[in-house]
Design a protein. Structure first.
Length: 163
């Protein structure tokens, strides 16, 4: 930028300036005359390309654009529902209704069966319970990860379907 440009000649571009190959000192003088900065855009070109612009305004607008893009990005919310391997029908229905609500709100669902102590022998019941939940929530979400054992937990992820 400005005096830090080392090339002897630059290809000058910018608003109100016709593209031309010019001595760096002359390009810098033109930029100062317009009360703007001379910024080297592509230093690897032959000759390097320099643009006359208001650098601080450029940086400000770039930060503003990045902030707007960040605001538009959606945050992924993961809600968890915990079951035991021997969860009763009433408890299952209660938790299924919560899962439906979470998926309607657009959150991902992490359903898991937690095995305490000797209940680890009921792995098949836990898997059946999670697959039943996936089948009940079929119209609201799709299964991202099938039931999988991780330590004392059997996890399953369900993502909401797009509207």
């Amino acid at each position: 930028m400005n005096q830090k440009i080392r090339a002897r000649k630059v290809r000058l571009v910018g608003e109100g300036v016709e593209p031309q190959i010019i001595d760096t000192r002359d390009a810098l003088a033109k930029a100062q005359e317009m009360e703007m900065d001379l910024v080297e855009i592509s230093p690897n070109a032959d000759p390097p390309v320099a643009k006359i612009m208001d650098y601080k305004k450029f940086v400000y607008e770039q930060k503003k654009r990045e902030k707007a893009m960040k605001a538009n990005a959606s945050k992924v919310v993961i809600k968890e529902i915990r079951f035991g391997p021997n969860t009763d029908d009433h408890d299952y229905e209660f938790k299924r209704k919560h899962a439906e609500k979470f998926l309607k709100e657009g959150a991902k669902l992490k359903a898991y069966v937690f095995f305490k102590g000797r209940s680890i022998i009921y792995k098949d019941q836990g898997e059946i319970l999670l697959l039943r939940l996936a089948q009940d929530l079929e119209e609201l979400g799709k299964v991202e990860q099938m039931p999988k054992m991780e330590g004392k937990r059997m996890n399953m992820f369900i993502a909401p379907k797009k509207k």
